[in-house]
Design a binder for this molecule. Structure first.
Ligand code: RIB
Ligand code: CA
Length: 309
């Protein structure tokens, strides 16, 4: 079986942690690197958390630190109310003993990795898209050599979560999202239209803690903060599996209903960060996930964490 090679651009972040652990365990995925970005927390905290996650899963995965600020707009508040000030709820992970941090920026790392293996690297972005936009600025040719880009972000018909109109990752850097959605590469948007349908419950994570005490136990500890925030905001007993759903879309496309459309991002005003279908013939079409077999995605996530592969 040919493994898919993923660079995960991430703002860990509780659901990011779930996505990263899932990707590291799944036997069809080779995580070739983590690039970090602000969003749920600062880039500094995201980087420390990414290094701690690499140590927790016990794999040799490079971490490259990303931008501290959005491309154009002033920085937005971090999502501390959902992920906690340190990004893992009330859980403090020990700072990693040895470093997996590489001496290049996230944009430089992305450009280098896609050129090292043309047509092989999938970039899975589960945070704001600043690093991908900076990588395109640094080397526009990456759009021709990256295998694909899968983005957890946006919302075409499901409303917003960071504002009435905008999903958090796009709201944090709409200019970067426009750069990514207008570049000539293979982009798939995994937005709130599908991720809000993928919910795991306290019982699911309690089971993981029993079946996989180390990694399942860690995820069960950090998710409690996310459960409380979700209950307060959405009234449900569970959490939306935003980032794991995007990683699963990268390897199980058949679990999603996809429509092609050009997508534009509103960059300013009350609607800033909103993603809208575009009639522009100038802008390339992207694949937009508009339906999902949510039960299959939930089961795949839980089974992989439970079994370790
Ligand atoms: O809107 C959900 C997205 O914003 C997820 O990636 C979550 O981790 C936050 O980054
Ligand atoms: Ca995220």
């Amino acid at each position: 079986m040919v493994k898919r090679k993923l660079v995960i651009d991430t703002d860990p972040g509780i659901d990011d942690a779930m996505a990263i652990v899932f990707a590291c365990l799944h036997d069809e995925i080779d995580v070739v690197g983590l690039t970090t970005i602000f969003g749920n927390v600062s880039t500094e905290t995201a980087t420390r958390n990414a290094c701690a996650l690499v140590e927790l899963v016990g794999q040799d995965i490079a971490v490259a630190r990303g931008s501290d600020t959005p491309l154009v707009q002033a920085p937005r508040p971090f999502a501390w109310e959902i992920h906690g000030r340190e990004g893992f709820g009330d859980v403090q992970l020990q700072p990693p003993a040895q470093g997996s941090l590489v001496d290049e920026t996230a944009a430089e790392f992305i450009c280098r990795k896609v050129h090292e293996e043309p047509g092989e690297i999938d970039i899975c972005a589960v945070g704001p898209l600043t690093n991908l936009a900076l990588a395109l600025r640094l080397d526009p040719s990456i759009s021709a050599v990256a295998r694909s880009v899968v983005v957890m972000g946006g919302s075409l018909d499901a409303g917003g979560n960071a504002s009435k109109a905008a999903e958090a990752n796009i709201w944090q850097d709409p200019h970067a999202a426009n750069a990514v959605f207008s570049a000539p590469w293979d982009v798939t948007i995994v937005g709130l239209d599908v991720t809000k349908q993928v919910v795991c419950t306290p019982e699911d994570f309690s089971m993981l803690a029993v079946k996989a005490p180390t990694l399942g136990g860690f995820l069960n500890r950090v998710v409690q903060y996310y459960f409380a925030a979700t209950r307060e905001r959405s009234g449900i007993s569970g959490c939306h599996m935003h980032d794991p759903t995007a990683v699963i879309a990268a390897i199980r496309r058949e679990l999603f209903t996809i429509r092609n459309s050009a997508v534009e991002v509103i960059e300013a005003g009350e609607q800033a960060g909103a993603t809208v279908r575009s009639a522009s013939t100038e802008r390339p079409s992207v694949s937009v996930c508009c339906g999902v077999d949510n039960t299959a995605v939930q089961h795949l996530f839980l089974r992989t964490i439970e079994t370790g592969f």
